[in-house]
Design a protein around this ligand. Structure first.
Ligand SMILES: Nc1ncnc2c1ncn2[C@@H]1O[C@H](COP(=O)(O)O)[C@@H](O)[C@H]1OP(=O)(O)O
Ligand SMILES: [Mg+2]
Ligand SMILES: [Mg+2]
Ligand SMILES: [Mg+2]
Length: 319
């Protein structure tokens, strides 16, 4: 099958990074602050190091566009954080050195192009710090199309199950989920019209990452009567893909009207939903542009649905 090797390398890397993240989380890590004031932890860096190393070794010519960068980690203000990151990486790669760790992280400074990977080593760092949801999101993009998406969601549990879920999609082959606890893959599908119990909608926990009052009004206009389920990270795409919600809305925040979404925040989730039978566009119905730059400059707002209610949501957004 096409992308079999890419899929296996990516799954193994995301599962290894998931173990590192959970290990860091046992210790409730302190957050560091990035230039844009957003939080980052030793787990974000460790996860990027592990995944970039794996992709680089298997596919040395493939650029990787990752969220993190080792520049800050090397500065004196970072204290012993590089040593801490290295220690965590060593639990997966025993002979790793700090020099290798920073070099692996910086493999994520690649550019978009014909074929490249995009990586969010921890999506939803705020959720990670709160012990809520987060995702390790990796996608392969070729000629403008996402071909492969992997999402590791170590805290994902539905109905009291053991936490930990992997979502995998290959273009044209459908979407699968795999509980970490069983290792068994099963196909997933978006919610169908008759399944009214799952006609829910999901949105971010962080009010500043969207427009919750408008999101709720639009969901109602699309016939969703129950209150939203609030959840951090791309795990929201997993919820829609596996038929536990019909809609994920992320409308521009009135507080940050000029914010543009990053490709690594949506590429993996988008293919997982599309291959499960759903639809993903911006708020004007335009396809998301994952190929032109790191930021999706020509897209505003994100609409993720089971497909059936998509046009209704888009028309509600017009009025
Ligand atoms: N104003 C904003 N609007 C939308 N998303 C944002 C905004 N500020 C940060 N983000 C991004 O939201 C993502 C988390 O989404 P969620 O709230 O759904 O869990 C993070 O990747 C974060 O980016 P960053 O990684 O740069 O902090
Ligand atoms: Mg971040
Ligand atoms: Mg993110
Ligand atoms: Mg991140």
């Amino acid at each position: 099958m096409p992308y079999d090797r890419e899929k296996q390398v990516a799954i193994d890397a995301v599962l290894a990074a998931s173990r590192l993240c959970e290990e860091v989380r046992q210790a409730i890590p302190p957050a560091m602050e990035k230039g844009d004031k957003s939080p980052v932890t030793v787990a974000d860096f460790g996860s990027q190091a592990i995944i970039c190393k794996a992709i680089s070794e298997a596919f040395p010519d493939d650029p990787i566009v990752g969220e993190e960068d080792a520049t800050t980690l090397k500065t004196p203000e970072m204290g012993n954080n590089l040593e801490k990151v290295t220690d965590y990486v060593k639990s997966i790669i025993p002979d790793a050195t700090p020099e290798q760790v920073t070099a692996w992280i910086d493999r994520g400074n690649g550019s978009v192009g014909g074929r490249f990977w995009t990586l969010d080593p921890i999506d939803g760092t705020k959720g990670f710090l709160r012990k809520d949801q987060y995702a390790i999101a990796l996608a392969l993009i070729e000629n403008g199309e996402v071909k492969l998406g992997i999402m590791g969601c170590p805290a994902y549990a539905i109905d009291g199950d053991i936490p930990g879920m992997l979502f995998v999609a290959v273009r044209g082959e459908g979407s699968m989920k795999m509980p970490f606890s069983t290792g068994k893959f099963t196909p997933i599908q978006v919610v169908k019209a008759e399944d009214t119990a799952n006609m829910r909608f999901v949105e971010s926990v962080e009010a500043a990452h969207g427009d919750q009052s408008r999101q709720n009004a639009i969901a109602q206009a699309a016939g969703i009567t129950s209150p939203s389920v609030r959840m951090d990270s791309q795990a929201k795409y997993g919820v829609v893909a596996s038929g536990q919600a019909a809609l994920y809305l992320r409308l521009p925040s009135p507080k940050y009207p000029n914010y543009r979404e990053n490709i690594w925040d949506h590429a993996a989730g988008a293919i997982v939903v599309e291959e499960a039978g759903g639809r993903v566009t911006d708020m004007y119905g335009k396809p998301l542009d994952f190929a032109s730059s790191i930021k999706m400059v020509d897209n505003r707002g994100i609409v993720v649905s089971n497909g059936l209610i998509h046009d209704q949501v888009l028309s509600a957004l017009k009025s």
